[in-house]
Design a protein around this ligand. Structure first.
Ligand code: PEP
Length: 262
């Protein structure tokens, strides 16, 4: 059974006590599933307390961002080096970082490199805006984002990382992509990895779909060959909706195994 990765991106929501309550509820409502990896990405402030509270058999931690220099006079920033013992993953190149904070392609490339340098797995987000989609530029945008972000990596590194296809028009809008749209993009991304880094990297790199994911839509995406899970924003802030996504993924896996029992 292919292992599914589900990442909850809490963005700039939940203070420390709210985060602690959500973790408590999630731990009650999510079981340990061998073939599902569940990752929580809280704010930087709550990573440390959550690392103590979390049941590591159920959840791993991700940071939502980090700066690519290891240390220095960079007021307000936190480095990948500082996150080493706290976070298993770091989200890099989220569209909000690209569009609100002006992160450009070289900065995202440097963050991906810093992530590997510090032994943290990057979750690289790529995806086109609505305008780019309407202009038929999706593949070109994905190509440019991948070419730069992966340019300093080896095939061995790429095969261990995570790429999230997140069409910008689907993020936080309720306008979820159709599984066929995700299928085309994911197939393009895997094809790019195959051309540049070879068969093994293309087979092993995990590719997620993100953009207005809720429980009702996930089976459609799980049925798309090559989709290895989800990056979930809004629906990860509520324990029922996030646990619903995880538990429904398990039901889907059981259906694939031909077993309808609990
Ligand atoms: C995200 O934050 O990456 C995201 C996909 O958000 P949402 O699920 O709310 O669209």
């Amino acid at each position: 059974m292919r292992k599914i990765l589900i990442v909850g991106n809490w963005k700039m929501h939940l203070n420390a006590s709210q985060a602690s309550l959500l973790v408590h509820r999630l731990q009650e409502n999510v079981k340990i599933y061998r073939d599902i990896e569940v990752v929580l990405a809280p704010t930087m402030l709550t990573l440390q307390p959550m690392s103590v509270q979390l049941d590591r058999r159920k959840f791993r931690l991700a940071a939502q961002n980090a700066y690519f220099k290891d240390e220095g006079a960079y007021t307000g920033e936190v480095s990948f080096t500082m996150l080493r013992d706290l976070a298993h993953y770091v989200i890099v190149g989220h569209s909000e970082r690209r569009h609100i904070f002006g992160e450009d392609l070289p900065m995202i490339r440097d963050k991906v490199a810093a992530s590997f340098r510090n032994g943290i797995m990057p979750i690289l987000c790529v995806g086109e805006t609505k305008q780019e989609k309407d202009d038929g530029e999706t593949k070109q945008v994905l190509h440019d984002q991948l070419m730069t972000a992966l340019s300093n990596l080896t095939g061995d590194e790429v095969e261990r990382m995570v790429i999230a296809y997140e069409p910008v028009w689907a993020i936080g809008t309720g306008d979820v992509a159709k599984p066929a749209q995700a299928a085309a993009a994911v197939s393009y991304i895997r094809g790019y990895v195959k051309d540049v880094f070879g068969e093994k990297a293309a087979a092993d790199v995990r590719i997620l779909y993100g953009g207005s994911v809720v429980e009702d839509v996930i089976h459609g995406f799980l049925n798309v060959p090559g989709v290895d899970g989800f990056l979930v924003g809004g629906a990860s802030l509520n324990y029922q909706s996030f646990a619903g996504i995880v538990n429904s993924t398990r039901r889907w896996q059981r259906e694939q195994e031909g077993d309808n029992g609990e």
